[in-house]
Write a protein that binds this ligand. Structure first.
Ligand SMILES: [Zn+2]
Ligand SMILES: [Zn+2]
Length: 420
């Protein structure tokens, strides 16, 4: 079998792995890499017979309409992943067009790709041919996220290949921990290959205490949040306070969509209950209302790259009673990172520098397994070979130092191949 890494190798973004076996070509994920300049795409292989999507984040699904247009191959993923991916692909296309970049597909192509979609449940075996089959396992990362276990038969010998996708191996408020099967060859994400996460419980307590302190002091608590997963998790945590929560941006649509798929959630009832406290913000009049008195506001974008969070940022900057919470990892080159490092942001529209001068809190609510969890996962699977992807070069090599003690380890570059 031959693996070729078309993206997502020693980088986070444009995940795209090709597996060729017995002349059959299956592609795992096909994403884009969002940067402060033009988006970057994977170089697609010459032939694709089937495509399997791990989950609906754009770094995994952002190129699927272009892929389908070119190959018209069957697409496999969980049903909710297909639904969420359409929302994110449309949003990404809108942003690409508004920034003046040439997109790889248009709105019609997103609609066309649904013709190739085959929804697959967890633990359901799909035969691609007599020598190649796969099953999806819950990856605990976002609703519908999956690890892919491929069963590859070559020369009468069957070998299991596990592609983790993005994975979280501990419970969160929103999702159960991943189910991790055994495998001979492991392709693992390495996002936090060199970092550990803070204790989740104390992180939640800190968030609640800081939000309450802000409200008591007469300020507004603005939580910049990723729309998919983080927003819903924050709603579940904030519900403990019992105050109304203004929900602004794409997180609102995705919350409503998730409630249509309750079986992917750890406790759909709790989310439904939390949503009863939500004020859905739909226009500037409601934004004005949201900051008229002390309030909690959850809004996209999570890294301050755009979105309605900028309305609040501009109105509240200089208000020392108010707080801005960054609730996830802030990528290099984003305004969120700039704010943490330098204390200011740059307006994505006007380009002018804005000194925020609100209280800024960074809380690392991650949807990825940290270093210790990755170590435990690799030890438990104990594969013969391990391929590290979806992490910057430092994360991959740091994790690789550990996995080398367990099994033969590979850290491929974009464009390279490994044959077993
Ligand atoms: Zn992801
Ligand atoms: Zn990812």
């Amino acid at each position: 079998m031959k693996f070729t890494f078309h993206g997502g190798a020693q980088e986070v973004g444009r995940s795209c792995i090709n597996l060729c076996s017995n002349g059959y070509s299956v592609l795992l994920d096909c994403g884009i890499k969002l940067t402060s300049k033009a988006p970057e795409y994977p170089q697609l292989p010459g032939r694709v017979d089937s495509f399997i999507l791990s989950h609906a984040h754009l770094d995994h699904c952002g190129m699927v309409p272009a892929l389908y247009k070119q190959f018209l191959c069957p697409l496999y993923a969980t049903d909710i992943s297909f639904d969420i991916s359409h929302i994110l692909q449309r949003d990404s296309l809108k942003i690409t067009l508004s920034e003046g970049f040439a997109p790889e597909y248009d709105y019609d192509d997103i609609g066309l790709s649904s013709m190739g979609e085959n929804p697959v449940g967890y633990n359901e075996r799909v035969e691609l041919n007599s020598k190649l089959s796969f099953e999806l396992f819950d990856a605990g990362h976002i609703p519908g996220s999956a690890s892919v276990l491929l069963d590859v038969v070559e020369g009468g010998v069957s070998r299991k290949v596990l592609y983790t996708g993005d994975i979280k191996t501990s419970d969160t408020r929103l999702l159960d921990a991943a189910t991790v099967p055994e495998a001979d060859i492991l392709i693992s994400e390495s996002t936090y290959g060199n970092r550990v996460h803070p204790d989740r419980k104390s992180l939640e307590e800190r968030l609640l205490a800081e939000v309450e302190k802000t409200l008591d002091g007469g300020g507004n608590a603005v939580l910049a949040s990723f729309a998919l997963g983080r927003t819903q998790e924050l709603l579940l945590i904030l519900n403990d306070l019992g105050y109304p929560v203004y929900l602004d941006g794409m997180g609102a649509d995705l919350t409503k969509l998730m409630l249509q798929y309750p079986h992917y959630l750890r406790d759909a009832k709790a989310l439904r209950k939390a949503v009863r406290n939500v004020v859905w913000v739909e226009h500037n009049g409601m934004r004005k209302q949201a900051i008229r008195e002390p309030s909690i506001i959850v809004s996209t974008a999570g890294m301050l790259t755009g979105g309605p969070v900028w309305y609040y940022l501009k109105k509240l900057c200089g208000d020392v009673r108010s707080s801005l919470f960054l609730t996830g990892y802030q990528v290099e080159g984003t305004n969120g990172r700039l704010l943490l490092d330098e204390g200011y942001v740059v307006d994505p529209r006007g380009g002018e520098r804005i000194d925020v001068r609100m209280r800024v809190e960074y809380l690392d609510f991650s949807a990825h397994a940290g270093r210790h969890s990755l170590e435990r996962m690799v030890e438990r699977i104990s594969p013969d070979r391990c391929i590290l992807v979806h992490g910057d070069a430092e994360s991959c090599s740091s994790l690789g130092e550990f996995t080398q003690g367990v099994c033969e380890t590979f850290i491929p570059e974009v464009g390279s191949s490994i044959e077993f």
